[in-house]
Design a binder for this molecule. Structure first.
Ligand SMILES: [Zn+2]
Length: 169
C-alpha cells in the first residue's frame, strides 16, 4: 500500500492522492514538570493506532472506542525529554485528527510494539462495515478493505479482504 501510494504521489495524480489520503493530525504533549506544551502538526497517509496488549481486562476492543481513546489525553508512555525545563519528566499526550476529514481513511492497527519483546499484539479488534460519526458529527465511512498480517514479527503473510466494486459484495 505504501509503495503504491508513493508511486502515485510521483505521478500527475499527486494532488488528487493528497486530497484523498493525506490525513492531518495534531499532537500535543504537556510536560508535567513545567506545564509547557509542545504542539506538532503531522501529515500522514495512515491513522496509526497503537493497540493495547491483551490482558485479563482487555480481550477485544471496538474500533470506534479505539479511535475515541486515541483522541483522549493520555499519559506519555515513556519519559519525555522536555526542551523547556530540559528534564526527562512525566508528560501527557493528546492527539487530534484535524479538519477537513478525508473521504478515504486508512487505519493502521499497530500490532508490533517497539519494545524488547518483539511480541505481536493479538488483541481482537471488532469493526463494522459502516460507520456514522466515527471521527466527527456527519461523517460516514464504509469499509472497503482489510489487510491483515498472519503469524509473527519474524515472518508471516499479508492477506487482504476487499469489497468487490462491481457486485458490492
Ligand atoms: Zn518541562
Amino acid at each position: 500500500m505504501n509503495l503504491l501510494i508513493s508511486a502515485l504521489e510521483k505521478t500527475n495524480f499527486a494532488s488528487a492522492i493528497s486530497k484523498l489520503l493525506h490525513l492531518h493530525t495534531r499532537s500535543q504533549i504537556t510536560c508535567l514538570g513545567c506545564n509547557s506544551i509542545v504542539v506538532t502538526d503531522e501529515t500522514s497517509t495512515f491513522l496509526p493506532l497503537p493497540l493495547p496488549k491483551k490482558s485479563q481486562t482487555i480481550k477485544e476492543i471496538l474500533l470506534e472506542d479505539f479511535i475515541n481513546d486515541y483522541c483522549l489525553e493520555q499519559p506519555f508512555d515513556r519519559l519525555y525529554h522536555c526542551h523547556s525545563c530540559t528534564n526527562y519528566t512525566q508528560a501527557k499526550q493528546k492527539s487530534m485528527i484535524s479538519s477537513p476529514l478525508l473521504s478515504v481513511l486508512i487505519i493502521q492497527l499497530k500490532r508490533f510494539p517497539f519494545d524488547d519483546t518483539s511480541q505481536k499484539i493479538n488483541t481482537f479488534v471488532r469493526y463494522k462495515l459502516q460507520y456514522k460519526n466515527l471521527i466527527s458529527t456527519n461523517d460516514v465511512y464504509q469499509l472497503c478493505a482489510v489487510s491483515s498480517h498472519r503469524r509473527s514479527l519474524a515472518g508471516g503473510h499479508y492477506i487482504a479482504f476487499a469489497k468487490n466494486y462491481q457486485t458490492k459484495q
